[in-house]
Design a protein around this ligand. Structure first.
Ligand SMILES: [Mg+2]
Length: 409
């Protein structure tokens, strides 16, 4: 069997997705997610112009060799564009292998280690009352773990709060620019944030009790000593994790945080290779790996990363917002079901339009995700439906301090 075609499909059913479709000379197809939010067309071009022709005629069974061919063979390694492109090829090859063998991909990864995957949803509010309503809505939908984000007094618009002026609909819109040609602006004030967040968790624990697993995302906003302060101040509230408390280009920053707090730490949704995690894992500076299969080179390297992490009792918490396409999500569900050191899976349901373009075998029942039993990844792409939603420029917001200084978003 040989790869006969490599096609890139760009579609925007409420948000942009880049999908690689490989077809073998036997007519077997495999899908891979190459979506890089805000820079989608760079990956589409990388695949179309530099990868597709190299795949034609290759044996689709040789997943590891193809991964190394694209990673080592490019000479210019790492980075989100390169690793999203390689991820799409890797996922598509696992999808093909599953279909050829007649089994879901998790069976090829060692089989199920659990019955389902604990998922967490995104609750948020502009007030304690609306936050409480949002948590209740998620509990009614079956979620058993909740990420809590809140507006901050004196800060007009902040990351992760669904009901703000520039957000829309029931789901938080990560593209509040309304798909315009430039990103929307949000505001930031670390001092106001650090004063307010402990009060938010005072309220949530008082209303919802001590047992509900609660998560919080600081979204790379804090300096290390501020992150340490936040972790310490949230210790009485017993968080499941504190996410992205500081930018981690400098892995040493997490050492400072760790010296001051026992609040569990999760990081890595913007990381691309094991090298971004090497110090964090080997020095046990984190508790959860936030990598996404789509931005990490696919299932093959993420499996290796989790085996490395397992030696240090570090668990998975893979990135799962709606810009990880149903294909990328499926890749993570299969891996999460198979590995021993699964922790939790972020889960935001995709839009109805997205669910028409991508038909998924996965299920969400009583707060637990399962990839389903369809051979391969369990996702099919309706290309006619995809063609009805052409690409639209859309960017993540940017963040500025009160004096106009650009800040991390
Ligand atoms: Mg995050």
């Amino acid at each position: 069997m040989r790869i006969a075609a490599a096609d890139v499909v760009v579609t925007s059913p409420t948000r942009n997705f880049v999908t690689l479709k490989l077809t073998t000379d036997d007519g077997v197809t495999g899908l891979g997610d190459a979506t890089l939010n805000g820079r989608e067309l760079a990956v589409a071009a990388y695949l179309r112009e530099h990868v597709a022709a190299l795949l034609i005629g290759r044996d689709p069974a040789r997943i590891e060799d193809t991964w190394q061919y694209l990673y080592r063979g490019a000479y210019w390694r790492r980075g989100p564009v390169t690793m999203a492109a390689i991820a799409a090829v890797d996922m598509a090859l696992w999808d093909i292998k599953g279909k050829v063998c007649g089994v879901p991909v998790y069976q090829l990864l060692g089989g199920a280690s659990r019955e389902g995957l604990l998922a967490y949803g995104h609750a948020s509010g502009t007030s304690f009352e609306s936050l409480g309503e949002s948590i209740n809505m998620h509990l009614e939908k079956g979620y058993r773990a909740i990420r809590v984000q809140s507006s901050i007094p004196g800060v007009h618009a902040v990351y992760g709060v669904a009901a703000q002026a520039q957000a829309s609909g029931e789901r938080y819109d990560y593209e509040p620019a309304g798909r315009g040609a430039a990103p929307a602006q949000e505001d930031w004030d670390s001092a106001a944030y650090l004063r307010h967040v402990p009060k938010v968790f005072d309220y949530v624990r008082r209303e919802f009790g001590p047992e509900l697993p609660l998560l919080h995302d600081a979204h790379h906003r804090l300096r290390p000593i501020e992150a340490a302060k936040l972790g310490k101040s949230l210790e009485p509230h017993n968080l499941f994790w504190l996410e992205d408390c500081t930018p981690a280009e400098s892995q040493q920053a997490l050492r400072l945080v760790r010296q001051h707090t026992v609040t569990p730490l999760a990081i890595g949704e913007v990381f691309n290779t094991v090298w971004d995690f090497q110090q964090l894992i080997s020095e046990q500076l984190i508790d959860y790996v936030r990598a996404a299969s789509t931005h990490f080179g696919g299932i093959t390297p993420l499996r290796k990363l989790m085996d490395f992490a397992a030696q240090y009792q570090i668990r998975s918490g893979f990135h799962g917002p709606t810009d990880v396409s149903p294909v990328g999500l499926a890749a993570q569900l299969h891996l999460g079901l198979a590995i021993h050191n699964f922790g939790i899976q972020e889960y935001m349901p995709h839009s109805e339009q997205t669910d028409v373009v991508f038909r998924q075998s996965m299920s969400f029942t009583d707060g637990m995700l399962h990839p389903g039993e369809t051979p391969g990844l369990g996702v099919t792409l309706d290309e006619e439906a995809a063609a009805r939603y052409p690409y639209q420029p859309a960017y993540l917001p940017i963040s500025r301090l009160k004096d106009g200084t650009m800040h991390d978003w």
